[in-house]
Design a protein around this ligand. Structure first.
Ligand SMILES: [Zn+2]
Ligand SMILES: [Zn+2]
Length: 190
């Protein structure tokens, strides 16, 4: 059942062979969680409507993630872009696109060439992160009543970081789980 709602796919490399797939706790708290729910992990997952804190990974990615401090070696290379100089200070530049696992369209690639020198600097609890971005729409306040449930059909790792969905100017916008996002970023560069 868990497999069916998320698709039979490794959340990292897309492996589809069911025998290779394993359940994984996204933020690495599996040991602790298993102790509290005991052997009823599957029951817990169904009761909690397939929470995004649980994902499917193939054995390789699961193991790679474990050995590599929480981030599969597949992701690590792509996430860490290098360092950039922001107002005289050296900051780490990371690719959110690769961390979240956004697909790229050819159309976007053309656009990216024109716009790829745009960077966003985010300060999260004293840690500074720099991301290449395509567009910035400013800061908006969203009333919690506008939040919709994240559809179970949302693909792969995108659902991992998506907390809520809301409509804005005819678009569906994903509100990301900032705690999980920056936690994963931290792990990804260690
Ligand atoms: Zn995999
Ligand atoms: Zn992987």
């Amino acid at each position: 059942m868990v497999l069916n709602t998320r698709g039979w796919k490794c959340n990292c490399c897309g492996e589809t062979e069911p025998l290779f797939l394993e359940l994984d706790h996204v933020n690495g708290d599996g040991g602790e969680h298993r102790r509290t729910v005991g052997t009823n992990l599957m029951v817990w997952i169904i009761k909690n409507k397939f929470p995004t804190t649980i994902q499917l990974l193939c054995s390789n990615c699961n193991k790679g993630r474990f050995i590599n401090g929480g981030v599969c070696p597949h992701r690590k290379k792509e996430v860490l872009k290098g360092v950039v100089n922001v107002h005289g200070e050296i900051q780490i530049c990371v690719s959110l696109k690769h961390l979240i696992g956004l697909e790229e369209h050819d159309k976007d690639k053309e656009k990216e060439q024109k716009l790829n020198d745009r960077m966003m600097v985010v300060n999260k609890d004293g840690d500074v992160w720099v991301f290449p971005v395509k567009e910035i729409h400013g800061i908006h306040h969203v009333h919690p009543d506008l939040f919709q449930n994240v559809p179970v059909t949302i693909s792969k790792s995108k659902s991992t970081f998506t907390k809520e969905i809301f409509k804005w100017e005819d678009k569906h916008v994903a509100l990301l789980d900032d705690e999980l996002l920056f936690y994963s970023l931290k792990r990804s560069i260690q």
